[in-house]
Write a protein that binds this ligand. Structure first.
Ligand code: CA2
Length: 145
């Protein structure tokens, strides 16, 4: 299996740290990615980051990862609750995926309680803010051994 992690973030995650810090925290996506890059570097794991506000671009990125990536860490953001296309893409490439959320999606509005991705992910980490990504890194590292 490839010692490479692909970290995908969905729509509006580029705005992180600027608005709604009470829900999503004060760290920017670039800061979170920097922390992950450091951890991956120390562990000898290659990492690639991708953020898009476009569902099709995320579907394409997942498809291109086939055979090149050992694990996908994905926060589909709002697409979590809407996208059969992202679910199908993850299912098709058969790369183990870890679904990540900053907030506890089960403690919020009803429409956030359903994830289309959860059923095809290896597991889900939600509610720990930016630390959700760190927890996901440790889970991914175990899967890449
Ligand atoms: O908690 C999470 O990580 C979410 O995936 C974040 C999404 C939300 O739609 C999901 O239900 C849960 C929101 C992405 C970022 O949206 C922002 C909105 C305002 C300010 C900054 C980011």
């Amino acid at each position: 299996m490839k010692k490479k992690i692909l970290v995908i973030n969905g729509p509006n995650m580029n705005l992180l740290g600027e608005r709604e810090p009470d829900i999503y925290g004060k760290k920017s996506l670039k800061e979170i990615e920097g922390e992950l890059a450091g951890l991956c570097g120390e562990a000898g794991i290659e990492v690639e980051f991708f953020q898009s506000n476009h569902e099709g671009a995320i579907v394409d990125k997942i498809g291109e990862a086939k055979g090149k990536v050992g694990c996908i860490i994905i926060n589909p953001a709002a697409f979590t609750h809407t996208s059969v296309a992202i679910r199908d893409a993850l299912s098709a490439v058969k790369i183990p995926a870890i679904e990540v959320h900053l907030s506890n999606i089960y403690g919020r509005e009803d429409f956030r309680k359903h994830s289309y991705v959860a059923g095809v992910a290896q597991g889900q980490i939600a509610g720990f803010g930016a630390y959700s990504y760190i927890l996901a890194f440790h889970a991914a590292k175990e899967m890449l051994i």
